[in-house]
Design a protein around this ligand. Structure first.
Ligand SMILES: Cc1cc2nc3c(=O)[nH]c(=O)nc-3n(C[C@H](O)[C@H](O)[C@H](O)COP(=O)(O)OP(=O)(O)OC[C@H]3O[C@@H](n4cnc5c(N)ncnc54)[C@H](O)[C@@H]3O)c2cc1C
Length: 465
């Protein structure tokens, strides 16, 4: 490590290498508050070349390496659970090119998701995994998380029901292999022959190679968006209404569900938006199009919601009010502090038709352990986010919350879903991988890992049980 630090400093300068205890404490956690891990050093390359050289150094000394964008991972993905060196992309933060003719943007891995749209909005364009319309964008962490982290986790968000997830937005990648070699995959063109390496690397959680740069698709923004809020006095009715809207042929951009506890948390904080606190659940839906198209679609959705048991439906056309409502939704996780000191957030998917059933299971998994569960999630694509509240000052509660989360994810698999929709397997869910795959399938994944990373240095302790 001393040799590594000395050489990394020669390469990146004094400020480019942190290794004092006080600095390292800052990197002990990511967004997963239930675990901690200490790295020996954190390094900050600025370019593909610097990243390549510092990764090669770690390879020579056989040091484990963990990629870190902004550390918002909710599965412990960016946590250095086995020590080693953190490669931060915080200084690789440049938008390199906007190419409207090819409808792509070329960005460094450390660019914050939301920056792309802040830049594109004035051109009438958007990066579709983050809509430039006010702050109604995805993923929920878009003002903080990086494109590299989004790619490593194949992140989704409120709008992926219509636009797909991160992998659907990628045309090309520049990657650094664990031995420091640089490879360019894809480019600005639409289709690549041969194996889909972009697909393989997207969602690989920093266990195969580092993402250094990406070519992402950009598209023109629609003229008008309309938000619809529906209030339900029964959580399962709200779950069933989601399926009814989709079955009607409507294609909303976003469909988010929040239950009573989630609304209580939001309305207790600075982002309160006047959401109905007496509702058992609310559905927040956004449609888009030309002005008449959006009006027609929103009227259709409102009608279906009424027929599906909504006790109140409001169509919001004022962009300022809509922006406030979506900002409130975005702050839901942070607002949980108003209803409980700690939480574990889970992330599973289920076939949409099973939404109501899954929500009841999530509540029961908490209740039988004396814990409350709030739900706020991307209902359109059946991506659940139960937030299991606990108090770490009470002995055993943290463990109970983790156990409840695992029980919910196992139920998701039994209902025909998966153990993660967008947060990755990371450290927290590695035990659950065998619930999804056979031994042979996991061996196949390990063989792929070995082909990229023969020394298994990249993000050790993640994905595999
Ligand atoms: C409030 C909140 C809301 C959220 N909402 C959503 C949401 O709506 N949708 C969603 O999908 N997620 C959401 N997340 C989870 C998280 O923001 C995403 O997983 C995000 O993509 C992580 O980006 P990051 O830059 O913080 O990456 P990090 O947390 O730093 O890293 C995530 C993973 O990527 C790896 N990694 C990071 N950079 C690189 C790189 N350049 N090359 C290779 N590997 C790398 C890390 O090792 C780690 O495994 C939310 C999180 C929070 C805290």
């Amino acid at each position: 490590m001393q040799q590594f630090i000395k050489k990394a400093r020669e390469l990146l300068g004094e400020r480019g290498v942190l290794h004092e205890e006080a600095d390292l404490i800052v990197y002990e956690q990511d967004g997963t508050l239930a675990i901690r891990g200490r790295a020996y050093a954190v390094v900050f390359p600025r370019t593909v070349e610097e990243m390549s050289k510092v990764v090669e150094l770690a390879y020579i000394y056989g040091i484990p390496i963990v990629g870190r964008g902004s550390g918002t991972s909710l599965s412990g993905g960016a946590n250095p659970v086995k020590g080693g060196v953190i490669i931060s992309t915080a200084w690789m933060n440049k938008i390199l090119e906007i190419d409207l003719a090819n409808e792509v943007a070329v960005v460094q891995a450390g660019v914050i998701n939301d920056w792309i749209n802040s830049y594109l909005t004035r051109m009438g364009y958007q990066y579709p995994i983050d809509l430039g319309y006010q702050y109604m964008a995805d993923p929920g962490s878009q003002r903080v998380s990086t494109i590299g982290g989004n790619i490593a986790h194949n992140s989704g968000g409120v709008k992926c029901f219509k636009y797909g997830v991160t992998v659907n937005q990628l045309r090309g990648l520049t990657i650094v292999l664990p031995n420091g070699e640089v490879r360019r995959i894809g480019g600005k063109e639409f289709e690549q022959p041969g194996y889909d390496l972009i697909g393989l690397l997207t969602g690989s959680e920093g266990t195969l190679a580092f993402i250094a740069e990406a070519v992402v698709r950009i598209i023109p923004t629609y003229e008008t968006t309309v938000t619809i809020i529906a209030k339900f006095d029964d959580l399962s009715a709200a779950g069933r209404a989601v399926s009814a809207v989709i079955a009607s042929g409507a294609v909303p951009v976003a469909m988010e569900l929040m239950d009573k506890l989630a609304v209580e948390a939001i309305e207790s904080g600075p982002y309160a938006a006047g959401l109905p606190k007496d509702a058992e659940a609310i559905l927040l839906i956004q449609v888009e199009g030309s002005p008449p198209g959006a009006a027609e679609e929103s009227a259709k959705v409102a009608e279906v919601l009424k027929k599906s048991g909504a006790v109140g439906v409001e169509v919001v056309v004022d962009p300022a009010i809509a922006a406030r409502i979506w900002a409130a939704r975005k702050q839901a996780f942070g607002a949980m502090g108003y209803v409980g000191p700690n939480y574990v957030v889970e992330d599973g998917t289920i076939p949409r038709k099973k939404l109501a059933e899954a929500l009841m299971i999530a509540r029961a998994a908490g209740a039988k352990r004396g814990l409350r569960v709030a739900n706020v999630f991307h209902a359109g694509d059946g991506n659940l986010h139960p937030l299991i509240l606990y108090d770490e000052r009470k002995p055993g509660e943290r463990e109970k919350a983790i156990e409840a989360g695992e029980e919910i994810l196992e139920a998701c698999v039994e209902l025909g879903g998966t153990i993660t929709g967008e947060h990755g397997v990371g450290y927290m869910k590695r035990k659950l991988l065998p619930k999804m795959y056979t031994k042979e399938e996991i061996e196949l994944m390990k063989a792929i890992k070995t082909a990229f990373d023969p020394k298994w240095l990249m993000n050790p302790g993640k994905i595999f049980p």
